[in-house]
Design a protein around this ligand. Structure first.
Ligand SMILES: [Zn+2]
Length: 287
């Protein structure tokens, strides 16, 4: 057994706990940003009885579970959105630590986690009000810069690595911008800025892949909703929030984008299998 597994598990659990605490803050953002409420000075209160909520009512995930999804004071049902966002954010943080930064707790871990949290909030608010707050793409850009600084610390300054990200900033965003001009506003400005920031985080290859995955996901969703509504003979609302699809695609690319690209380029015969210097095996990827 890998003797490093126990400390790694322990840190992963700690990262998960951090994730659910920050997830609880994400819920506050998702609830208050669309209402333009101040989220730093206002106390938390029950949305039904307005009773002030105390620390024991606000323990992420656990309060909701132990209170059976109800308000302690008026017994009104509390939306499962709260524990779902908390748990999801926590699980994503642990997965980033485990798989993306390979059991290392560094600036890249923080950067990717920041970006994923911002993507969750951006998606939820886009579903609610069809808008993406500027603070979210700025947060993703900060995440991207942290990941890049970590790259600088580990590998030193490599010109190609910086250019890859700078081009990434403009790749998907320019495509979306052109689409927005052609369709006269069918594509939101929020999506464009979101994908610019994601481009710096991922680099141009992976952000392009994200855009393709996001467009696929959005198209499938649109067709399913369209077919459902046609049966009901209801008028279809043609505006569909795109951020959740982009966010899902970006998250998938953070985890397996590079592996997918390596595999795809190999299958297409663009990269030949080569002997790996690190392990001596035959690989399709470059370490
Ligand atoms: Zn209440």
């Amino acid at each position: 057994m890998d003797y490093m597994l126990i400390p790694k598990l322990f840190i992963a659990f700690f990262v998960f706990l951090m994730g659910i605490c920050i997830g609880s803050f994400l819920n506050v953002l998702i609830y208050r940003i669309p209402k333009k409420e101040n989220f730093t000075t206002t106390n938390s209160h029950c949305m039904t009885c307005n009773h002030r909520l105390y620390a024991k009512d606000l323990v992420p995930l656990f309060s909701w579970i132990f209170l059976g999804g109800k308000c302690r004071y008026c017994k009104a049902k509390i939306s499962p959105q709260y524990p779902i966002v908390e748990a999801f954010n926590g699980i994503m943080y642990a997965l980033v630590f485990w798989f993306v930064t390979d059991g290392q707790l560094n600036l890249a871990t923080v950067g990717y986690c920041l970006a994923i949290s911002a993507l969750i909030v951006a998606s939820a608010i886009d579903i609610k009000i069809m808008e993406i707050p500027d603070s979210m793409w700025v947060t993703i850009l900060v995440g991207g810069i942290l990941v890049y600084i970590n790259d600088l610390i580990t590998n030193g300054f490599i010109f190609e690595n910086l250019i890859e990200r700078v081009i990434g900033f403009f790749t998907a965003s320019t495509i979306l911008f052109v689409l927005a001009v052609i369709t006269k506003g069918g594509m939101g400005g929020g999506d464009i800025k979101l994908m610019a920031a994601c481009g710096f985080l991922l680099g141009w290859q992976l952000v392009l892949l994200s855009l393709i995955f996001g467009a696929l996901s959005g198209t499938i969703y649109f067709i399913v909703v369209y077919l459902k509504n046609r049966k009901k003979e209801e008028k279809m609302d043609h505006k569909v929030p795109f951020a959740p699809h982009l966010a899902l695609a970006v998250a998938v690319c953070i985890f397996v984008g590079q592996q997918f690209l390596d595999w795809y380029l190999f299958v297409c015969g663009i990269t030949a299998p080569h002997e790996c210097e690190a392990c001596g095996g035959t690989h399709t990827h470059v370490h």
